[in-house]
Design a protein around this ligand. Structure first.
Ligand SMILES: NC(=O)c1ccc[n+]([C@@H]2O[C@H](COP(=O)([O-])OP(=O)(O)OC[C@H]3O[C@@H](n4cnc5c(N)ncnc54)[C@H](O)[C@@H]3O)[C@@H](O)[C@H]2O)c1
Ligand SMILES: [Fe+2]
Length: 387
């Protein structure tokens, strides 16, 4: 079977990658819409970018309204600004939220309508040039064909997936991630780990996606705890930035599976940040996932060095599961209850969450296909395990 593999047209990675980007940005257009959040303005990251644009005689408008995970009204507002201000390309700087928003604004500004109509649809017209500058080492959105926007009318976190949503240029500069606080570093890092594990165990995995998934997993096991506990370690930050990029490439080509499918409804209904809901779920989903992917998880055990000679495949897979669970413990991931979710409300939403998870399509990429009942059981287990 043949497979198509997508990555951004250009990737500039490493310290001071932003300084190398002027030539590309100049070729993108005359006026940029910078899509970001207030934190990026406060940290001075937007200023670093606008300095480069000014030096290159590129005009810009800053839209810093992506405060929280993106909703359809944030996208409407961004499209309005893009059009009214006569912009001709886009730059997203921040975590996955501003980058996803930038892609969605780009899509609507050239394809019309409302972002709420885009779920499950192909995007017809090419977006204007897009540049993604991540400041978390997590989503990999800088190198994925995905954008995730919540429709607050329906309470659904819409998964938009189309090759046209791939950024033209990704600038992966680990310096931007140095200021991420420990809880953000942990949650976003586990998001990247989940992308890589899900891509490697997806039914759609293939040789090219495997290369990126394996490399990402090795880097994350080697560096996430250091980046979390000693955020100023630039070496650990660099490795995590590259890992997030690799994991994004892996899942954008091979798809995510059950964890992400179940994670989006928790985010949409209880406003749990994406990385955190994945981190909560990874723990309980690993055992389910293992039953359909023993050989693949055993290979991951080999990749991180917990497979010992003489082990069976089953033992190798279990060694990987145990290592992942102990890594998660070191990162002090909040439970749903600690996050402030009420048990009764959580349980009453389980049927809707299971339905929405299945509708997204992601769970069906799991090697052991889950039923609605399986998913409902896993949601219950998530609560019980953390009690
Ligand atoms: N497009 C994709 O492929 C893809 C993949 C996974 C997740 N997502 C989506 O991405 C969004 C989550 O993105 P995220 O996890 O990167 O979080 P985020 O962009 O929502 O940022 C989380 C918080 O961290 C802050 N922050 C970001 N970088 C920082 C830094 N360097 N220093 C200090 N604070 C910083 C932000 O201001 C924000 O308050 C979700 O909506 C999720 O669904 C998209
Ligand atoms: Fe994710």
């Amino acid at each position: 079977m043949a497979n198509l593999f997508f990555i951004p047209q250009y990737i500039i990675s490493g310290e001071n990658a932003l300084q190398m980007s002027a030539e590309h940005l100049t070729s993108f257009g005359r006026k940029a819409l910078i899509v970001t959040d207030d934190m990026m303005v406060k940290l001075g990251n937007v200023k670093k970018l606008t300095d480069i644009l000014e030096d290159s005689n590129i005009s810009y408008v800053v839209y810093s309204g992506i405060n929280g995970e993106p909703t359809h009204s944030m996208i409407d507002e961004g499209v309005e600004i893009y059009k009214n201000q006569g912009c001709d390309f886009l730059i997203g700087i921040g975590g996955g939220s501003p980058i996803d928003s930038m892609k969605a604004i780009g899509a609507v500004s050239t394809n019309g309508g409302s972002i709420c109509d885009y779920m499950g649809k192909k995007i017809e017209h090419t977006l204007p040039p897009t540049c993604a500058i991540p400041t978390t080492a997590g989503t990999g959105s800088e190198a994925t064909k995905v954008s995730i926007i919540t429709n607050t009318n329906t309470g659904v976190k819409m998964l938009l997936s189309d090759p046209k949503l791939m950024a033209t240029l990704a600038i992966v500069d680990p310096i931007f991630t140095l200021t991420a606080p420990p809880a953000v570093t942990a949650a976003t890092g586990v998001d990247a780990l989940t992308h890589a594990i899900e891509a490697y165990t997806s039914k759609k995995a293939f040789s090219m996606s495997d290369i990126y998934a394996l490399s990402a997993i090795q880097r994350i096991f080697g560096n996430i705890y250091e980046a979390y506990s000693n955020g100023s370690n630039i070496d650990a930050r660099r490795e995590m930035s590259i890992a997030a990029l690799e994991a994004g490439i892996a899942f954008s080509n091979a798809s995510v599976t059950i964890v992400h499918g179940m994670s989006r409804p928790i985010g949409a209904l209880f406003h749990v940040p994406h990385g955190l809901s994945n981190a909560m779920l990874l723990n309980v989903c690993l055992d389910f996932l293992k039953q359909g992917a023993v050989e693949r998880l055993c290979q991951l055990g080999q990749a991180i060095g917990v497979f010992r000679s003489g082990m069976t495949q089953e033992e190798g897979a279990e060694a990987f599961v145990v290592a992942t669970k102990s890594l998660l413990r070191t990162l002090n991931i909040q439970t749903p209850e600690e996050f402030g979710i009420q048990k009764e409300e959580f349980f009453s939403q389980i049927p809707k969450m299971a339905e929405d998870a299945l509708i997204s399509g992601s769970p069906l990429n799991t090697r052991r296909t889950p039923s609605k009942d399986d998913i409902m059981e896993l949601y219950k287990k998530l609560w019980e395990k953390s009690e």
